[in-house]
Design a binder for this molecule. Structure first.
Ligand code: GLC
Length: 420
């Protein structure tokens, strides 16, 4: 009798669901320019299987330029965009505009991600975003050329400098006049903050500010790291590197004309396509260190998705978010684009490991990564980072004396932080 009642109740629920199907809605979201196609594929997959629609907006190529667009949306409490692509450094800056996901994402789904990735999005007791993929600065290199010259992937930045020069010179002599040793991001923008913090932190020079927020940048280790990088310009890196972002430096590497290349994990996906020049010729390692005994310090660039506080479709937007940060979509992104998952189980998934053989190393690099001081600075992060990368750009462009520049930078950072 009890069973029959249960069955009846179950059938009634089913009948009601059929009579009143969940309302189809259009969710508007931002995808980043770099992984636009995969982001769109995931979102459309959700739309198809859930019977909803998605409208996708593309962030500008330079992510810094997305900040004012978001700020405008927030300032007008706009409900035009429901789901937002969020760079890890924006979490503190934009925290007041994201919906608390604690009750919108089931605990089990939250727990499937690396705790450090979800913890970074917990601010003021709220869960403001969910991790989408991990970006850690990595070193890509020409495995074939290192083998040809009997070299190992460099452990220190000095070793990188000499190996890059030797192979570059050898290849130029052998007929490739366009060969360069090292392609990286030297343009005056957020990406330079990432590169510079990697040279500096891996040499014991800290991360611009202490955890307490004191300015620590003016120190001999920083001076040494910046002097070394300045020495790369026009010796192992083309002068143009001073205007390179991720995509332009990747273009140099993937044209076959650079031995080493610092970038985010996605370069594995773009450089290993069957029709690419570099198929089978690329190795990947953690970034070198500045001094023996220091830890490799790839910058941490985890991407997140967040529901806008001004969305009028928060539940539905959260459904799309849950699909896009979930195992199935992250696996698709890893297999098709080399994106490093934040779902821990995928690090022991045979298909993913076959596609990204260096994943255990990348996980280690992630665990040792350095965070930019965005949690300490909150809303001031953008200003602090801009002051920092502009000064670094001046130094590596050969303007001024390194020590004078660092003393000036220290003053400016203190002023930036006091201005609030
Ligand atoms: C990548 C990283 C992001 C960083 C940006 C800098 O997109 O994921 O954290 O701010 O590069 O260019």
């Amino acid at each position: 009798m009890k069973h029959k009642l249960k069955l009846l109740a179950g059938l009634t629920v089913l009948a009601m669901a059929a009579a009143f199907p969940a309302k189809a809605e259009t969710i508007s979201m931002f995808c980043s320019a770099t992984d636009y196609e995969l982001c769109e594929e995931g979102a459309q997959q959700w739309a198809k299987s859930s019977g909803n629609e998605v409208k996708i907006n593309r962030t500008p190529q330079n992510l810094d330029d997305a900040i004012p667009i978001y700020q405008q949306l927030f300032a007008s409490n706009s409900s035009d965009v429901d789901l937002l692509y969020v760079d890890v450094i924006w979490l503190g800056m934009m925290k007041d505009h994201f919906e608390d996901l604690s009750s919108l994402v089931p605990e089990g789904e939250i727990k499937a991600h690396f705790a450090s990735a979800t913890d970074a999005a917990r601010i003021d007791g709220k869960l403001l975003a969910m991790p989408f993929y991990i970006d850690t600065g990595l070193m890509f290199y020409r495995k074939d050329l290192l083998e040809k010259y009997g070299k190992q992937p460099p452990k220190t930045w000095d070793e990188l400098t000499t190996t890059a020069k030797e192979i570059q010179d050898g290849e130029r002599k052998a007929g490739n006049a366009d060969m360069w040793g090292y392609a990286w991001q030297g343009r005056s923008y957020e990406g330079l903050t990432c590169d510079a913090i990697e040279w500096i932190a891996s040499g014991g020079g800290g991360t611009i500010l202490s955890d307490k927020g004191d300015v620590t940048i003016n120190n001999p280790q920083t001076a040494a790291a910046l002097t070394r990088a300045r020495g790369w310009i026009d010796t192992i890196s083309p002068k143009g590197v001073l205007n390179y972002d991720e995509e332009s430096s990747r273009a140099l590497f993937e044209s076959g004309n650079a031995v080493f290349h610092r970038n985010w994990p996605y370069v594995w996906g773009t450089s290993q396509t069957p029709d690419g020049k570099l198929l089978g010729k690329v190795g990947v390692s953690a970034l070198p260190v500045g001094a023996e005994g220091q830890k490799s310090s790839g910058a941490l660039g985890t991407a997140y998705l967040a529901v806008s506080k001004y969305s009028t479709k928060k539940e539905k937007a959260a459904e799309l978010l849950r699909y896009m940060v979930g195992l199935e979509d992250q696996k698709m992104r890893a297999l098709k684009g080399g994106y490093n998952p934040t779902v821990e189980a995928l690090y022991s998934d045979a298909d993913v490991l076959a596609k990204i053989p260096f994943l255990p190393m990348a996980k280690n690099a992630f665990e040792e990564s350095v965070a930019r001081p965005s949690a300490t600075t909150g809303k001031d992060y953008n200003r602090v980072s801009r002051t920092f990368y502009r000064a670094v750009h001046d130094v590596i462009s050969g303007k001024g004396d390194v020590n004078d520049e660092l003393a000036q930078l220290e003053k400016r950072l203190k002023r930036d932080l006091k201005a609030n």
